[in-house]
Design a protein around this ligand. Structure first.
Ligand SMILES: Cc1cc2nc3c(=O)[nH]c(=O)nc-3n(C[C@H](O)[C@H](O)[C@H](O)COP(=O)(O)OP(=O)(O)OC[C@H]3O[C@@H](n4cnc5c(N)ncnc54)[C@H](O)[C@@H]3O)c2cc1C
Length: 292
């Protein structure tokens, strides 16, 4: 399969990238690792006339822990995320999401910004990032704006990012004492496969051991990654135990809209939402206890 014709731009600064994206608007598309965009271009699902590489912009490749946040540049690769101590030690469910993504070859190129920009409902990084309540920093010639990740995805393949904008940074608040999160993905194979269901859960216990924050995120079972409000409601204000997690897992099954396709029936996916919700809550509780 041949790529359609396009003009390739390689800006060296964010400002230069903003100028190019402003000039070409919806005829342009940013590219980072290219593991998603190039495939889509070969399949003729996307045919941008201008492809704007972000991978030479040094300021988009950093990782730092600052003011209680882990700040990850949009072009930080998935392979580097797995190695990063700041991610592993502070936001371990994100590390688990990175480790679940693709194969070593894909992870060496794939970036966090590209994973979010692709807006695939089965992607591995949105659930843990949503569980931690991450914020995305979008930049354009008009300046920068912050958007909560919960508000970022609009439908499969589309996001709140305007054609003249790009994701510059992802900020994750370091979880407080008593907080923990877990992420699990289920695929037909262990690697190089699209997920059938993926779930991330986050809980924060107060000093009395009661859950005062709960976020449960479901992937592959709706047009975008979904929060599970019924499950979260059951968890809030309660002391965690297996019975509570079972109730929350049952509620999560009512929080999703799985379709039947070649990956599995809607009924199977709904059942797996229950299983993964229970297991991710158990991981989250273990982490929360360690983090106390
Ligand atoms: C064999 C194979 C296996 C895969 N397995 C998985 C998997 O297990 N889990 C998974 O989640 N994904 C998987 N993917 C999909 C893909 O690798 C990931 O989504 C990856 O993180 C995309 O990152 P990238 O840097 O390559 O994105 P690119 O291909 O460069 O871009 C992807 C999209 O995001 C946009 N974009 C890129 N950067 C930005 C930015 N900074 N701001 C705004 N928009 C941006 C692009 O315009 C494009 O639409 C797989 C792909 C392949 C080819």
């Amino acid at each position: 399969m041949l790529l359609p014709k396009f003009k390739f731009h390689e800006p060296k600064t964010e400002q230069e990238a903003c100028q190019i994206l402003t000039e070409y608007g919806d005829k342009a598309r940013p590219i980072a690792g290219g593991t998603d965009l190039v495939v889509n271009m070969k399949k003729k699902l996307m045919s941008p006339e201008h492809v704007v590489s972000l991978s030479r912009i040094a300021s988009l490749k950093g990782l730092q822990k600052e003011n209680g946040f882990v700040k990850i540049g949009a072009c930080f690769t998935v392979a580097d995320m797995i190695e990063a101590k700041d991610i592993r030690e502070n936001v371990n469910a994100l590390s688990a999401g990175a480790a679940a993504l693709g194969s070593p070859l894909v992870r060496n190129l794939a970036t966090i910004g590209g994973n979010l920009g692709s807006a695939r409902p089965a992607a591995d990084l949105p659930p843990p990032l949503m569980a931690y309540g991450a914020t995305l920093i979008l930049k354009s010639g008009k300046g920068k704006r912050n958007i909560a990740i919960d508000d970022f995805f609009k439908s499969p393949g589309t996001t709140e990012c305007r054609p003249d904008e790009f994701i510059a940074e992802i900020q994750v608040l370091t979880p407080p004492a008593g907080a923990g999160a877990g992420y699990i993905n289920l695929g037909a194979r262990k690697a190089q496969d699209c997920n059938i269901v993926n779930v991330a859960s986050f809980i924060c216990l107060n000093k009395s051991g009661v859950i005062d924050t709960a976020r449960v995120i479901l992937g592959c079972v709706g047009p975008v990654h979904l929060r599970a409000p019924a499950a979260e409601k059951i968890l809030m204000g309660e002391k965690p135990d297996k019975v509570l997690f079972r109730q929350a897992a049952d509620a999560a099954k009512t929080d999703c809209l799985p379709i039947t396709d070649f990956r599995g029936t809607g009924e199977y996916k709904r059942a797996m939402v229950g299983v993964l919700t229970q297991r991710t809550l158990e991981i989250a509780l273990d982490e929360a206890k360690k983090n106390n």
